[in-house]
Design a protein around this ligand. Structure first.
Ligand SMILES: [Zn+2]
Ligand SMILES: [Zn+2]
Ligand SMILES: [Zn+2]
Length: 345
């Protein structure tokens, strides 16, 4: 930690408690939690499984979503430097900041600063979505719902999608230890509710179509969110919909076996890596009509059902071999080896 000591010790402006090194400014975790809490409220209001989304739900969803946007964009700016959340950073003082006695920058300025100073990339759709949400919020606050509810809901879904990714990419990597655990727990309950928001799901799946293009042969259903968005790799996988990540094939296999829709499946011995991680019925995005293919969650091998057959000796799945005259077909190497001494007699 000591080697992170920064060079600006001479300025005397940052108070550093004794024994603490001068690293980059810490993320204000209570602020991040507050942002996640607003998101939880958005999800509650838009969750169609709890109740139909009425005008009042939509109103509070939009108000709280806009609050989450402001809190989280500014929390990220503040981590870069506290003066950046002032409307005019040139006139910022530490005293005003500590006493919260200042006018803060708006959403548009926050996005510009995040882009120009922090280097975060926003695409035009995202910034347009944020502007449209700010307009919806103002209209709702003053006049109630004037636009068509589905359009407002669709825009909210788009911004919700943006914010979930913003949290994942810009905040979670900055958190450590207990704070990280807490944030992950709170995010998980938001992510669980988000599954039931159709505008959000539509928006996210639209975007994912581009993101997952070219990865269809590795894309299968996620055991957590049940969307076709899990990209598997040997020994793990990452879901582009819910962000679920498995760095261990065994853990992913357990998650898969526990997920709904895979009741009677067991992991069988893989002919390639010999781990008991070969599962029948894993459907991939490149061939959604094939329901009996086999996939090994350990080494990542995919097999068509016709290519494997139970070994005549031990019944583990093995490659179908040509029936060569004079040999015993469809035996795995272990069973073949056991047979050979007897054959020789
Ligand atoms: Zn998922
Ligand atoms: Zn394998
Ligand atoms: Zn065998």
């Amino acid at each position: 930690m000591d080697d992170e000591r920064s060079a600006d010790t001479g300025s005397g402006r940052r108070y550093v408690p004794p024994g603490r090194s001068l690293g980059p400014p810490q993320l204000d975790f209570p602020v991040v939690r507050n942002g996640i809490d607003y998101l939880a409220s958005v999800v509650e209001h838009l969750d169609e499984n709890q109740s139909a989304v009425g005008p009042r739900d939509l109103k509070y969803a939009v108000l709280h979503l806009q609050a989450a946007v402001e809190v989280l964009l500014k929390a990220r700016l503040q981590r870069e430097h506290w003066s950046l959340v002032f409307k005019d950073p040139g006139r910022a003082t530490r005293e005003d900041f500590n006493g919260s006695a200042f006018e803060s920058c708006g959403t548009v300025a926050a996005v510009e600063r995040l882009r120009d100073i922090v280097g975060i990339v926003f695409d035009k759709k995202e910034t347009d979505g944020l502007k449209a949400l700010a307009k919806d919020r103002n209209a709702l606050q003053h006049y109630g719902l004037t636009h068509s509810a589905p359009a407002v809901e669709a825009r909210a879904g788009q911004v919700l999608d943006f914010l979930m990714r913003f949290l994942e990419r810009e905040f979670l990597p900055l958190l450590e230890g207990q704070e990280r655990e807490t944030a992950l727990q709170e995010m998980a309950s938001v992510a669980a509710g988000v599954k039931n928001i159709s505008s959000y799901v539509r928006q996210r799946l639209n975007r994912l179509r581009g993101e997952l293009h070219g990865l269809e042969s590795q894309t299968t259903q996620c055991p957590d969110c049940e969307q076709m968005a899990l990209v598997v790799t040997p020994g793990g996988g990452h879901c582009h919909f819910c962000g679920g990540t498995w760095h261990d094939g065994e853990q992913l296999l357990f998650a898969y076996l526990r997920s709904p829709g895979t009741p009677d499946v067991v992991g069988r011995g893989c002919p390639q890596c010999h781990e008991f991680a070969l599962v029948t019925g894993v459907v991939f995005a490149d061939s959604p009509e094939v329901s009996d293919a086999l996939y090994c969650f350990c080494c990542g091998a995919r097999h068509a059902a016709r290519d494997l057959t139970p070994c005549a000796g031990c019944s583990r799945p093995w490659f179908v071999e040509a029936d060569v005259a004079g040999t015993v077909a469809n035996l795995c190497p272990d069973c073949r080896e056991q047979l050979e001494p007897e054959d020789a007699e």
